[in-house]
Design a protein around this ligand. Structure first.
Ligand SMILES: C[S@@+](CC[C@H](N)C(=O)[O-])C[C@H]1O[C@@H](n2cnc3c(N)ncnc32)[C@H](O)[C@@H]1O
Length: 223
């Protein structure tokens, strides 16, 4: 069965990224992280690998991508770049501990569940390593019970309030380094695409987004 992220509308989007903000946002946050040359960077749920190519070209990093979708990884593989790409489920894959200088979670923490993925990242990061997260979030909590009734495993169904995300980070012994609101990027993001690929009706999607005043954030944390 086709995964909701293998839809051509995502894959063929500008920059080949499947989230709001595109590579401009990744570039801005990578510049805050300042990874060193040869730093080991892992992108969990890397899709077509566009952010990894950026980390390699801009900083000379060693890049590693993990995604469950073979189709998206094959697309990444076809690009001129040196990768280690792994196909698998983040929840079951045994990755080496204390190995990475930087981990990217772009629009996936809401899919995997924050507490689970933050604690996995803490285990995989070297001491002092950084975690870069971008995702949807709720700017008010009233609508969250309705949002939780949407299709499971979608980014919108797993959104949290900022204070919950920061609490989850702390519970996983990761220190906040940088947090910024990027909700303006949602203005240029086609809700129609999101609703079609996640198989959530357009009306339901807009109602849900309004009920939580849907926002987008970028965050960097440190082990
Ligand atoms: C919203 S897309 C984000 C892709 C990419 N990070 C980006 O920003 O363009 C979510 C990605 O997570 C991957 N994914 C979903 N569940 C996964 C799992 N259990 N393990 C690994 N990857 C998964 C999907 O195949 C998809 O590429």
């Amino acid at each position: 069965m086709q995964s909701m992220y293998e839809y051509a509308v995502w894959r063929d989007s500008q920059d080949e990224v499947m989230r709001p903000g595109g590579l401009d946002l990744t570039r801005e946050l990578l510049d805050v992280c300042e990874p060193k040359e040869n730093a080991h960077v892992l992108d969990i749920g890397c899709g077509c690998g566009a952010s990894l190519r950026l980390a390699q070209q801009r900083y000379g990093c060693y890049i590693f991508g993990l995604d469950i979708s073979r189709q998206l990884l094959l697309r990444a593989k076809n690009r001129p770049s040196v990768y280690s790409l792994i196909q698998g489920d983040v929840n079951t894959l045994p990755l080496a501990e204390n190995k990475f200088d930087l981990i990217l979670l772009e629009c996936v923490a809401t899919i995997f569940g924050e507490e689970t993925i933050f604690s996995t990242c803490r285990r995989l990061l070297k001491p002092g390593g950084k975690l870069l997260v971008t995702d949807l979030y709720a700017r008010k909590g009233d609508g969250l019970p309705e949002i939780r009734k949407l299709r499971k495993g979608t980014c919108i169904q797993g959104i949290e309030l900022k204070e919950t995300t920061l609490r989850n980070l702390e519970a996983c012994r990761l220190k906040l380094f940088h947090w910024a609101d990027y909700s303006a990027v949602l203005k240029n993001f086609p809700m129609k695409t999101l609703s079609a690929s996640l198989q959530i009706g357009m009306f339901e999607m807009v109602m849900a987004a309004n009920s939580v005043n849907l926002g987008y954030y970028g965050m960097i944390a440190e082990k």
